[in-house]
Design a protein around this ligand. Structure first.
Ligand code: RET
Length: 272
């Protein structure tokens, strides 16, 4: 009973909205998985792990959303007028545990397209991942209290935010130092990726705080809406932009399949 989702009855519209949002999330991640698998052949070996990491994120996040959707429909049943809680309960905690895997992948793929290699890549990835894990673990603990003790939600949320700020600082400075190494006119794309991250990642703490400002069934719908927008932006759209940067840099450094897919070869132009 840790999450407010279990406290309310839901109208048909509210219940279905959440079911549809979770299912749409599954579809978006599966579709993007196919795209990343196809595109990895156009990415030079130097950057290919970045696209492979997107595939891992799609599988991991897609599976967790299948489980969230199943848990939602198992936990509630229609009694003729509303959906009410049955023997099982719903939990958002699975998401947090999933982030322990997906966030390190998202951060590492950024470092790869930023052309960090060797010990610098390893060092930066380690700091970023440790900050991310600190953020997730403390946030996980905080969300356990959202029903029983809202002040604990704030305290753990504040501690988690300190890690979040540190992580964003490392992301920002990494982009600033590596921007000039980016090839193929991707410098402006990397800035768009940065702002997409700032927007999408901030939706998660807002979803965390829903019990504080909208403690009702509509708030639950809003929370799942926020999670879905955040998931699709921070993983699917982000992954597409990372792969775009990877392919353009591959082409600029002379990788033939990348040049072909971008229609950059003189022979292709003649053939066309
Ligand atoms: C928590 C707790 C409250 C304070 C903050 C949080 C930040 C969460 C973030 C999550 C990002 C998730 C991603 C998942 C991808 O799969 C933990 C909600 C700041 C930033 C990008």
């Amino acid at each position: 009973m840790n999450n407010i989702e279990n406290l309310f009855d839901y109208s048909v519209g509210q219940f279905e909205a959440i079911d549809h949002l979770l299912t749409m999330g599954v579809g978006a991640h599966l579709a993007a998985l196919v795209f990343f698998l196809v595109c990895s052949q156009f990415v030079a070996p130097k950057y290919r792990v970045a696209t492979a990491l997107s595939c891992i994120v799609m599988v991991s996040a897609g599976l967790i959303l299948v489980s969230q959707a199943g848990m939602w429909t198992d936990a509630f049943a229609f009694n003729g007028s509303v959906y009410e809680l049955q023997d099982l309960t719903f939990s958002n905690g699975y998401r947090y545990v999933n982030w322990m895997v997906t966030i390190p992948c998202l951060l590492t793929q950024l470092l790869i397209v930023l052309n960090f290699t060797g010990s610098t890549l390893f060092k930066k990835a380690t700091y970023l991942i440790l900050a991310a894990w600190g953020m997730i673990i403390t946030g996980y603990i905080g969300q356990l209290y959202e029903v029983s003790d809202i002040s604990q939600l704030y305290i753990w949320g504040a501690i988690s935010t300190v890690f979040f700020v540190i992580m964003n600082f490392i992301v920002g400075t990494s982009i600033a130092t590596a921007k000039s190494t980016l090839l193929g006119g991707t410098q402006s794309t990397i800035m768009k990726i940065f702002w997409l991250m700032m927007f999408a990642w901030t939706l998660y703490p807002i979803a965390y705080l829903v019990p504080a400002f909208m403690n009702n069934a509509d708030g639950v719908v809003v929370r799942q809406l926020l999670f879905t927008i955040a998931d699709i932006s921070s993983k699917v759209i982000y992954g597409l932009m990372i792969t775009y940067v990877a392919i353009h840099q591959s082409a600029a450094s002379g990788y033939l399949p990348a040049q072909q897919v971008l229609g950059r070869l003189a022979t292709d132009k003649k053939a066309a």
